[in-house]
Design a protein around this ligand. Structure first.
Ligand code: ADP
Length: 453
């Protein structure tokens, strides 16, 4: 500034001196006036250039000026650059923020003070049937027409959520949405939606499960209590006592089996997946299965033809206790549901694609097609009384399904009423290998036995 003032004084002096040289005192005055006019004129022009540049200011535009105006331009240019960088940064942050909300599994809708949609993410758009572009600035009440939502919005008490029907649902699988409004800013509202279909289903399943277990336990308990009261109140003969005690033992056994099956299911759900490093010969599994099946036939006093195919030279990887329980469940079902005089055939067959099938075929009553899809549901029975009479808990096939899934295998059920049933477990090639005898530790080649097993 001081330098500029100094230059200004010099210019005035130079003008005055030049005027003095030309016309003495008058000339000096004229020179002074002319030089100061020229100074301010030039300054005005440079100022006008800077103003023009500022009007269309882009920091990249070049404007060559020195001195005071040059510094003004430099500072303005730096300020513009900083402003642009900040704008860019906040735009990037806004985009990141919107992308994060877009990625949210929950729906988010921003409403202005009048209840018009300002923005919504894709989840909310799909769940509420909103078009994220077309419906902007539409009243939310015009688009979400559920009467419960209208009442909730009108009441203005948003301390809790409400549950409404979502747009994506179908009649067979309705979509249940939890919706809650939150006020923020200057009368604006945030509408949050969450798909709770699975939570509600799990809740229903849990309630059904508890009801089923209670029912299953209550029946034998009622019978037991009845016998206990009878024995307490009546004088019984020795044979009567023996008969009653046998019936009580039967009911206790039923409860024990139920509890044991429930524990098995809960263990299967809670334990980590069986790893594929433990191998067991299929022949051993089949042998144990056969022993259990024959013992059951004797226990149920059923004369049935039980055929077990020759044991294969194959080993199976997984949790052997679980696999044995799945196989035994299928065989025991066949024994229990096939009437005396019927036939049961248990086989192991290698498939051409290196998988293998364990199958149990019986000549029993068969199952109607409408039941087949539901057999693995807990406590689902085609014929309740027959299941109970033969000691069934209704959990056998649910256990089989779990075991099969945990081993990457598949459960297949083929059955026709009156023509018997075939229950099969298809094991994946990765869990099978040719049996290694006394060669523990050596890597074994994959199973290559013929499809005939
Ligand atoms: P349960 O303990 O009642 O046998 P499961 O889960 O093992 O329960 O089987 C479910 C239902 O499937 C049974 O109640 C029965 O109605 C039907 N079922 C299972 N295996 C057979 C079979 N081999 N033949 C006919 N019905 C069967």
């Amino acid at each position: 500034m001081l330098f500029r003032f100094f230059v200004f004084v010099l210019v005035l002096l130079a003008g005055a001196l030049a005027g003095w040289a030309m016309a003495a005192e008058t000339g000096a005055l004229l020179g002074l006036a002319a030089s100061s006019l020229a100074w301010f004129g030039i300054d005005l022009l440079r100022g006008a250039r800077v103003l023009r540049w500022l009007r269309h200011a882009e920091p990249a535009d070049d404007i060559a000026l020195r001195g005071l105006w040059g510094e003004v331009v430099d500072r303005a240019r730096r300020a513009l650059r900083t402003r642009d960088q900040r704008t860019e940064q906040s735009e990037r942050r806004l985009l990141d923020f919107l992308a994060a909300i877009q990625a949210s599994p929950n729906g988010v809708v921003l409403l202005d003070p009048l209840g018009r949609i300002e923005w919504c993410n894709q989840t909310a758009a799909a769940q509420l049937g909103i078009d994220a572009d077309r419906d902007l600035l539409q009243l939310v009440g015009n688009l979400v027409r559920d009467p419960d939502f209208a009442a909730y919005y009108a009441a203005g008490d948003f301390s809790r959520d409400i549950v409404i029907q979502g747009r994506q649902g179908t009649v067979s699988r309705p979509l249940r949405l939890s919706v809650q409004l939150h006020s923020y800013g200057d009368g604006r509202k945030l509408l949050l939606t969450r798909d709770i279909t699975a939570v509600e289903q799990a809740d229903t399943m849990r309630r059904d499960f508890v009801a089923n277990v209670s029912h299953e336990i209550r029946t034998p308990l009622t019978v037991l209590t009845g016998f206990v009261q009878t024995m307490q109140q009546l004088e019984l003969t020795a044979p009567e006592r023996t008969r009653y005690l046998a019936l009580m033992a039967q009911q206790s056994h039923r409860m024990q089996t139920l509890v044991s099956d429930l524990l098995t299911l809960s263990r299967l759900e809670g334990s980590p997946l069986p790893h594929a490093g433990e191998w067991a010969p299929v022949a051993v599994l089949l042998e144990q299965c056969e022993q259990e099946a024959r013992a059951l036939c004797v226990a149920l006093s059923k004369a049935q033809e039980l055929r077990f195919a020759p044991a294969p030279q194959t080993e199976l990887a997984g949790a052997h206790g679980e696999i044995l329980s799945a196989m035994s469940n299928l065989v025991s079902n066949a024994v229990r549901y096939t009437p005396a005089g019927g036939a049961i055939e248990v086989a192991w067959q290698a498939l051409p694609d290196s998988r293998a099938v364990f199958s149990v075929r019986d000549s029993g009553p068969g199952i109607a097609p409408e039941h087949i899809g539901r057999l693995t549901e807990r406590f689902y029975r085609v014929d309740r009384s027959r299941s109970r009479d033969t000691g069934g808990t209704g959990l056998g096939l649910a256990i089989v399904k779990h075991v099969v899934q945990r081993h990457g295998a598949q459960l297949q059920i083929e059955s026709k009423p009156g023509l018997g049933s075939t229950f099969s477990i298809v094991f994946p090639a990765s869990r099978l290998r040719r049996r290694v005898k006394e060669q523990a530790g050596l890597p074994a080649p994959p199973a290559t036995e013929s499809p005939a097993g």
